[in-house]
Design a protein around this ligand. Structure first.
Ligand SMILES: *[C@@H]1O[C@H](CO)[C@@H](O)[C@H](O)[C@H]1NC(C)=O
Ligand SMILES: *[C@@H]1O[C@H](CO)[C@@H](O)[C@H](O)[C@H]1NC(C)=O
Ligand SMILES: *[C@@H]1O[C@H](CO)[C@@H](O)[C@H](O)[C@H]1NC(C)=O
Ligand SMILES: *[C@@H]1O[C@H](CO)[C@@H](O)[C@H](O)[C@H]1NC(C)=O
Ligand SMILES: *[C@@H]1O[C@H](CO)[C@@H](O)[C@H](O)[C@H]1NC(C)=O
Ligand SMILES: *[C@@H]1O[C@H](CO)[C@@H](O)[C@H](O)[C@H]1NC(C)=O
Ligand SMILES: *[C@@H]1O[C@H](CO)[C@@H](O)[C@H](O)[C@H]1NC(C)=O
Ligand SMILES: *[C@@H]1O[C@H](CO)[C@@H](O)[C@H](O)[C@H]1NC(C)=O
Ligand SMILES: *[C@@H]1O[C@H](CO)[C@@H](O)[C@H](O)[C@H]1NC(C)=O
Length: 736
């Protein structure tokens, strides 16, 4: 049973075919009304013919709506022996549904008969009925809004009658116009109409549940005429004016032929084909003009134009807009300011080579249409014609001039004419120089160049920049004219590349002179130098080491050093560091451990980079205490030797009397305190050897071993003269 409910309608139909032929006519469904309003009840009965002997007398009739079993059927025997089941479906909620009468036969459910039920709504009143007279098809075309779906097949009929002005009394019939299926418009052909006679029109909607009527229109077909637009075109060339005005377009249009007899007015609309343009409407215009000049437009701009017409002053409807016409307005003479700059080179005493550079700065929107530039020179003799030096589309031109010529004239031209002439005066180079030129890198592709405001204040500045120094020649430099003399810097954003040296030249411009050009070199992004200054060991002691280095000479455009830093680590990997200013070139490390190994590194830093030197390894001298022990030992041995000599002399030559006594030194010299300077002397006497100019410079690793530092000849140290060791020997001999 459960499986059965899932059967599709086709499945059910198949069963109907499989039934024994004798069963086919056995049952018959009758429905109270096959079409009802949605949600209304439906009553149906199913009768089984008594002649159907193959069915048992007590067969159970079952009802199904679509695939769902419907309980509530009441079954009874009719007097004629037939069986009948009656069911009432309380709400029919589907626009269409199949009701089936079934029987349990040989263990399965068999469909005996089916009936289609329909539900829907009566038609809604059609709204917005409107009509227009189409002279192309020669028919009155009416359309309306049919309203929401009634779910039932609905027919729309346009009904009308001829009448007087108020459409109250019909004066002649017009055949109905049946709208095609699912269409909500209908056309009444001209043969049923009288163009100038009033008629009442309405639309009627009808379906199985009812009929509805729209409100009635009262019109005369000619009053709702909708014309076709006229044909719009351009008039070339302008018949009257030569040359054509750049802000005007020459147009003509012709009314639609079938409407020639009608009085009409037209309107033209146009808009420039630019981003956010709006339509401008010109109205009223006649329906036919041989030529029309539309002015007040932007020069060299594409315009879109359309035209439409209406029967007028009598009633009618506006025609559609004509197809789009695109036209371009003429060119206007360039309205530009030309910024100029020049470079000159004396070729020989009588001739200079000039390179004139310029830049058009548009003074109005849409004024950039320039086809070329003319540079000319007006000889001093006014009666001669100006000489054209260049006729070019580029922004630069090179020419030779007699030395005395200090002025040329530059104009920009296009088909509309030439711009106002720009006088270029080659000013003398005698203004005050610009000071304090500096640069700041903003990002890898821009540089700020700044300067001190000169006194007197210039009228402007020319900034030229390019890969430097002179890498691509002067010809490939970017330049800019700044018209504000009170600025003290400007941002350069074009033609700046990281890691490439940029040469910047700034020239100040005065009323009748230019200042001398000032150059500066800079990087927008700088690479660190390939190596840092190398550390060299100059002197070393047991607790200190003196280091020196040759400062790196900065190259063009390189950022100056901001500081140095020295890092040193001992054998226990303890790190120390100190920061030195950029003018330092040596440093003494203090507080080192005697006889220890140190790694030292120099870091040089600028605003743009830091770089480390290679590591220098050094070993400090052994401590002063151990040296003193050795010295004391040596002196002890000497003393013993002298004493032995003395004893042997005394013993072998008893006649001699203390020959040594008279040379006994001052007791102050024999005190132990006087030994301390002696140790200092030890230290110092090693230095001469290190200072020795012939000694090779100590570079990477310097291992200064104690043995190597054995005392050198005394003479080399002048200061050690105060401490003459041999003179001490007698003092030591002083018996205590
Ligand atoms: C019953 O069947 C007979 C013979 O098949 C037929 O003539 C008669 O019309 C049927 N009656 C009904 C109510 O279907
Ligand atoms: C009927 O026409 C009016 C005015 O033209 C419009 O506002 C309204 O939306 C239209 N109704 C329908 C159902 O289209
Ligand atoms: C008149 O009918 C024709 C044919 O359907 C159509 O092409 C034309 O646009 C209609 N004219 C107007 C003014 O609606
Ligand atoms: C100007 O040119 C004319 C014609 O070439 C010549 O006659 C005249 O002498 C010239 N004047 C000067 C001042 O050069
Ligand atoms: C400049 O060159 C253009 C195009 O080559 C030419 O049409 C124009 O006549 C020239 N102008 C002058 C003044 O030589
Ligand atoms: C000028 O500079 C551009 C890049 O700015 C370069 O591509 C070009 O080769 C240079 N031209 C000359 C002649 O140096
Ligand atoms: C010129 O530059 C100065 C300083 O940047 C500024 O205050 C002034 O408004 C500028 N003048 C003009 C006309 O732009
Ligand atoms: C840099 O340091 C040295 C030694 O420490 C000092 O003599 C010098 O005055 C310093 N220079 C500056 C500019 O601070
Ligand atoms: C240089 O060495 C110091 C100490 O080893 C380190 O802190 C610093 O990051 C190094 N700098 C560079 C640029 O390698």
């Amino acid at each position: 049973m459960v499986g059965l409910t899932a059967w599709s309608l086709t499945g059910a139909a198949l069963i109907l075919l499989l039934l024994p032929p004798s069963l086919e006519d056995c049952a018959h469904i009758r429905v109270s009304t096959p079409i009802v309003r949605l949600g209304d009840p439906v009553t149906a009965s199913c009768t089984i013919n008594q002649t159907c002997s193959s069915l048992g007398p007590e067969s159970q009739i079952v009802w199904k709506l679509e695939a769902e079993l419907q309980p509530g059927g009441k079954q009874q025997h009719l007097p004629n022996g037939a069986q009948e089941s009656t069911i009432t479906l309380p709400h029919l909620n589907h626009p269409r549904a199949l009701l089936s009468c079934c029987l349990l036969w040989r263990g399965s459910l068999q469909i005996l008969d089916q009936a289609e039920l329909q539900a829907g709504y009566p038609p809604v009143v059609p709204s917005n009925l409107s009509c227009l007279m189409n002279l192309t098809t020669n028919s009155l075309f009416c359309q309306w809004e049919p309203g929401p779906d009634s779910y039932l097949s609905t027919s729309f009929t346009l009904k009308s009658f001829k009448s007087r002005e108020n459409c109250q009394t019909p004066m002649g019939s017009i055949p109905d116009c049946m709208a095609e299926d699912r269409q909500s418009h209908c056309s009444i052909p001209r043969k049923h109409l009288q163009l100038y006679q009033y008629m009442g029109i309405w639309v009627q909607a009808k379906n199985a549940l009812g009929t509805s009527k729209s409100s009635q229109l009262c019109l005369s077909p000619i009053d709702v005429v909708k014309l076709e637009p006229p044909t719009l075109g351009a008039l070339y060339p302008s018949p009257r004016k030569d040359p054509p005005q750049p802000e005007c377009l020459q147009l003509h249009w012709e009314t639609w032929k079938p409407s020639l007899y009608m009085e009409q007015k037209c309107e033209l609309r146009h808009q420039p084909q630019l981003g956010e343009a709006h339509w401008t409407v010109v109205s009223p215009l006649p329906s036919t003009v041989p030529g029309y000049e539309l002015c007040g437009l932007l020069p060299s701009t594409v315009y879109i134009l359309q035209i439409r017409c209406i029967r007028w002053p009598l009633p009618g409807y506006w025609s559609n807009w004509s197809p789009i016409l695109k036209l371009v307005t003429g060119q206007q003479a360039p309205t530009v300011r030309l910024d100029t700059w020049w470079r000159q080179r004396q070729r020989d005493p009588r001739t200079v080579d000039m390179q004139l550079l310029w830049k058009p700065v548009p003074l109005q929107e849409n004024s950039r249409q320039i086809q070329g530039y003319l540079v000319s020179w007006q000889p001093l003799n006014q009666s001669r014609e100006a000489r054209v030096l260049c006729n070019t589309t580029k922004l630069t031109c090179t020419f030779s001039l007699p030395s005395e010529v200090r002025e040329v004239v530059l104009v920009a031209y296009n088909t509309g004419g030439t711009s106002p002439p720009t006088r270029v005066v080659f000013l003398e180079n005698r203004g005050p120089p610009l000071t304090g030129l500096h640069t700041v890198a903003r990002d890898p592709h821009s540089l700020w160049v700044g300067w001190d405001l000169p006194i007197p204040q210039p009228q402007g500045y020319v900034i030229e920049w390019g890969l430097g120094p002179h890498l691509h020649g002067d010809n490939n430099k970017t330049w800019r004219l700044e018209h504000n003399g009170s600025i003290t810097g400007t941002l350069l954003q074009e033609n700046i590349r990281p890691f490439q040296l940029c040469e910047i030249t700034v020239t100040s411009l005065y009323q009748d002179a230019v200042g001398p050009s000032q150059n500066i070199y800079a990087y927008s992004l700088e690479m660190a130098p390939s190596h840092a200054p190398e550390l060299q060991l100059k002197h070393i002691g047991s607790t200190w080491a003196q280091l020196e280095w040759t400062p790196h000479t900065p190259e063009l455009g390189e950022s100056p050093l901001t500081n140095y830093a020295i890092f040193w680590t001992n054998a226990q990997d303890q790190s120390f560091s100190t920061i030195l200013n950029a003018s330092s070139h040596d440093f003494v490390l203090h507080g080192l451990e005697p006889a220890s190994l140190y790694h030292v590194r120099l870091m040089a830093a600028s605003q743009a980079w830091t770089i480390n030197s290679t590591s220098l390894t050094l070993i400090t001298l052994a401590s002063e205490d151990s040296l003193m022990h050795i010295l004391l030992g040596l002196i002890g041995l000497l003393f013993l030797f002298i004493c032995l000599c003395a004893v042997s002399c005394f013993c072998c030559r008893p006649s001699r009397k203390n020959p040594l006594w008279p040379s006994i030194p001052d007791p102050a010299h024999s005190s132990l305190g006087s030994w301390v300077p002696v140790i200092k002397a030890e230290e110092i006497f090693q230095l001469p050897r290190l200072r020795d100019p012939v000694m090779p410079p100590i570079t990477k690793i310097t291992v200064l071993e104690e043995e190597e530092n054995k005392p050198e000849p005394w003479e080399s140290n002048d200061d050690s003269g105060n401490y003459n060791l041999p003179t001490l020997a007698p003092g030591l001999c002083t018996p205590g």
